[in-house]
Design a protein around this ligand. Structure first.
Ligand code: TPP
Ligand code: MG
Length: 614
């Protein structure tokens, strides 16, 4: 069964820009008794056409596989296989991440014996109330398709379903096929046709004629339209259509975390990031717009300012997913972003324009914001005893270290202070140049994710930007990057703790508590002084610690020259952030507290709730 499974996966292909490529780049694997004999032998048989990569943490390898698929705009993907028990459950977080971000990932955890003869096997969870439960049931709520292969012939139905979900634009997400270890090894006479080379097509769905007419009518009434461009625009390869639409009708565009880079940073109608981590100009237009064209976005709270941002605007949602398209009582236009934009373009051509004053205001604001970004990222903290740069200055130095960073670099990030700073300040020049995992915002995604991005785009410079907390949570795939020769540049911002949560805590009236090293319980020797450069070096990377922004810039030149993964550590200020932009985000504050700061924060919170659209 395992041999058939791997053979089937290796036979799936996809055509990208006229080139026929394997759909799966291969498989990450960490073996244990639950998969080494069955899956291990099968993978080894097929290793010439279906490579197996050994990783160092199951969650990490799944992150890498997810990032690989995201970097390919969901057109290519990877499988991951583990043993039963801890190996399997280590991947549950990654499955949830793929589920939230709508990214394809094929999970192949080993499972307990179907025969039950040796029960309980090592690592088996025994459930006294349900004989069919195993650790892998944890994957059910975080899989788009779940199956347990109880008999070898079940592959005949399970595998086509798996591929259908993995490549369906609306249903796309993680698929789990749990593989009981005895069934992995069983023989079955599969039909030869099952293993024939197959070309998988990813459907792109045009709009329904009537829904399109209604959308056109809604747009014609708008004077102050604003496009919110989400990840769906990138996955639909709709950047050119987006650009054409914006230019034809004078519609400003702002971008979500998943959508950033669809339009280049210097486009005259590029308003930048929107929402809680948004630019001041995008958020200003969001408040004044009369129509928000939400394209390929899940409209999560960071985009909508917990639904306080979009003033009184009407919402038109273009999405392949019905449940996204109907959010917030919006008018829906179910379609692939590329199709929808082209169809709308054809219908509206010559018959509608955004108000000239609105488009003009947008262009002026966008120009001003570009200049502000320039001055923020060029700012340097005056050297002195308290000198410590902050994230915005670090971003400036990283991008200045290459003459064409916006087109050359791919920045990878997920959690902490950096997502807000990068969303506002990073200049992305080509689609996919900005790789932010902000659906799950999972600490520990960054280094492993960087590896997946580099595997997808070995010709690009992949720059992982990561906080000390996220790095400490998971860094083991740094070793995998060295081992595979997939060089990463990791810029590690050490502010000695969970800076962003520490600030959030205080904004909610709390005292600094349990976030920074200096506000945690410690033993008599206090918190450790962590030498991250030494740590990274010990994992096999080249590493250095730099003292300031100028040193960072020259270290970046060395890092860019390096063949091996290169880690640059810089101490940063945990208090300072970019003040420009942003908007309210709903975080619930206690109704009862003796702290006056909490009482004040609660009053402010209640006031803000009044502005929330329901
Ligand atoms: C797995 C996981 N656990 C907890 C959180 C909540 N969280 C978000 S950011 C953060 C702190 C991140 O610290 P660091 O990486 O050092 O970034 P900083 O905010 O200091 O810049 C925490 C605990 C999370 N996003 N993911
Ligand atoms: Mg930190």
């Amino acid at each position: 069964m395992a041999q058939a499974l791997v053979r089937y996966l290796a036979a799936q292909h996809i055509e990208i820009d006229g080139e026929r490529l394997p759909l799966f780049a291969g498989c990450f694997a960490i073996f244990g008794h639950g998969n080494v004999a069955g899956m291990g032998e099968a993978l080894s048989q097929q290793r010439a056409r279906f490579p197996t990569y050994r990783a160092h943490n199951e969650q990490g390898m799944a992150h890498a596989a997810i990032a690989y698929a995201k970097a390919h705009f969901r057109r290519r993907m990877m499988a991951v296989t583990t043993s039963i028990g801890p190996g399997a459950t280590n991947m549950v977080t990654a499955a949830a991440l793929a589920h939230v971000n709508r990214l394809p990932l094929l999970l192949l955890p080993g499972d307990v014996f179907v025969s039950r003869a040796p029960d309980p096997v090592l690592q088996q969870i025994e459930d006294g109330t349900d004989g069919s439960v195993s650790a892998n049931d944890c994957f059910r709520p975080v899989s788009r398709y779940f199956d347990r292969i109880m008999r070898p012939e079940q592959l005949l139905t399970a595998l086509p379903r798996a591929i259908a979900i993995l490549t369906d634009p609306a249903q796309c997400g993680p698929v789990t096929l749990a593989l009981p270890q005895d069934v992995q090894t069983e023989a079955y006479d599969y039909p030869e046709a099952f293993f024939e080379d197959r070309l998988v097509r990813i459907r792109s769905m045009p709009a329904d004629v009537e829904e399109l007419e209604l959308a056109v009518a809604a747009i014609r009434e708008a004077k102050r339209p604003l496009i919110v461009s989400g990840g769906g625009v990138l996955y639909a390869n709709a950047s050119a259509a987006l650009c054409a639409f914006a230019e034809a009708f004078g519609v400003p565009v702002c971008e979500t975390q998943a959508g950033k880079s669809a339009l280049p940073w210097h486009h005259p109608l590029q308003m930048g990031a929107v929402g809680v981590t948004g630019s001041p100009v995008a958020n200003e237009l969001a408040r004044d717009a009369d129509l928000v064209l939400a394209i390929g976005t899940r409209l999560q709270d960071f985009t909508t300012g917990s639904h306080s941002l979009f003033g009184q605007a009407k919402l038109l949602s273009i999405n392949v997913n019905a449940l996204d398209a109907l959010k917030w009582r919006g008018q829906s236009l179910m379609a692939d972003a590329n199709w929808a934009l082209m169809q709308l373009n054809a219908q509206l051509e010559g018959t509608w324009l955004a108000d000239a004053s609105w488009s003009e205001r947008a262009r002026r604001l966008a120009h001003g914001w570009r200049e502000t970004v320039q001055s923020i990222t060029n700012r340097r903290t005056p050297p002195g005893p308290d000198y410590l740069p902050y994230d915005g200055e670090v971003i400036g130095a990283v991008q200045r270290s290459h003459p064409d960073s916006p087109r050359h670099d791919i920045v990878v990030c997920a959690a902490g202070t950096l997502p807000a700073e990068l969303h506002k300040l990073w200049r992305a020049g080509v689609p996919g140049g900005y790789h932010m995992e902000y659906g799950f915002s999972c600490m520990g995604y960054e280094v492993a994710g960087g590896l997946g991005v580099k595997m997808a785009h070995p010709e690009r410079e992949v720059i992982v930007m990561v906080g000390d907390g996220s790095y400490l949570m998971m860094n083991s795939e740094l070793t995998t990057s060295v081992m595979l020769g997939h060089k990463l540049i990791v810029v590690l911002l050490d502010n000695r703790g969970y800076g962003c949560i520490n600030r959030l805590q205080q904004a909610c009236g709390g005292e600094p508590f349990n976030n920074m090293f200096d506000s945690c319980l410690t033993g008599p020797e206090g918190a450790p002084e962590i030498d991250f450069a030494k740590h990274a070096e010990a994992l096999g990377a080249v590493a250095e610690h730099v003292g300031d922004i100028t040193a960072l810039e020259t270290a970046m030149l060395r890092a860019r020259q390096s063949q091996r993964s290169y880690v640059i550590v810089i101490d940063t200020d945990a208090r300072r952030t970019t003040q420009e932009g942003g908007c309210w985000w709903e975080v619930a504050v206690p109704e009862v507290s003796e702290r006056p700061q909490v009482q004040m924060a609660r009053a402010a919170y209640e006031e803000k709730l009044q502005a929330q659209r329901r």
